[in-house]
Design a protein around this ligand. Sequence first.
Ligand SMILES: Cc1ncc(COP(=O)(O)O)c(C=O)c1O
Length: 346
Amino acid sequence: MEHKINAYNNLLELVGNTPLIKLNKIAANLEGNFYAKVEGFNPGHSSKDRIALYIIEEAERRGILKKGSTIIETTSGNTGFSIAMISIIKGYECILAVSSKSSKDKIDMLRSMGAKVYVCPAHVSADDPRSYYEVAKRLHEETEGSIYINQYFNDLNSEAHYKSTGPEIWNQTNGHITHLVACSGTGGTISGTAKYLKEQNPNIRVIGVDAYGSVLKKYHETGELDTKEIYPYRIEGLGKNLIPTATNFKVIDEFIKVTDEESAHTAREISRTEGLFVGYTSGAVMQAVRQLEEMGEFNEDSNVVVIFPDHGSRYMSKIYSDQWMADQGFFDSKNVEEPQKIEFVK
Ligand SMILES: Cc1ncc(COP(=O)(O)O)c(C=O)c1O
């Protein structure tokens, strides 16, 4: 007799449909209602599960990917983890070309998920044959039946969010959303989600979060790619030194920039106050909300949805390390809470 077992067939059935969670304490002094779309609930712990699965399944539908085919991408971050996870389940090879700047932890994590990792020198220009872009391109050309995800320049990136994140937020808020605040890296999340939401209600305000040291905000305002805006910063996944074609600037009303330091403290505060263990860019989004509040963006009828892109566990040696925070000088300001002392019992 066949038993009725309530089980998922595999992890991939759990991609998307992430919860929308009311922010209570961290938003207590803000006007309006604030809700977080918590993407760390995806099985690969970030929003990148959505685009990786969508792009891979689109390639399957088009007959490009077959069992044993190879999937290639240039990332040491969340997208790499998602592709590696999906490759295991679907039976593909996963090759990731990463920069030599990537931490050993990240490379070990990807290798633990079965990915083949090429570490490419960080100091060379993008068109150098040793750069991770060029290595990925070459491997793609040499490997028959392979696909190159190319998330910054792939329209399917935002399409994945147009078909999933957008409708989910619209339904979860019963159409009462007034603002969307989201980070822009490739721009896939904000572009796809905003396009869907604005088709339902063009009055929804869409605010993109950018980093100091990135070109996106200025490009949005002037149409100019100003290389003088570019300098190194610490937040990963936010902002860019080029203009990704995956970003649809027309559906974004405004960009707001946030600092490394304030974003790091705000992420730590979200964990401590809401019990939501979130990544660095979630702190950036919430920091942007605070700046928007000061600019008078919200009122008591505002229903603001923020997207928290990933889980805090990826940042143990960064924002959740007191030593790292101290090394960056992030505890130097008088206004920040000192880290809790560890009690050693002898
Ligand atoms: C941690 C994190 N936050 C935010 C983003 C930005 O999302 P998107 O690339 O869809 O703009 C990314 C993407 O790289 C990310 O890894």
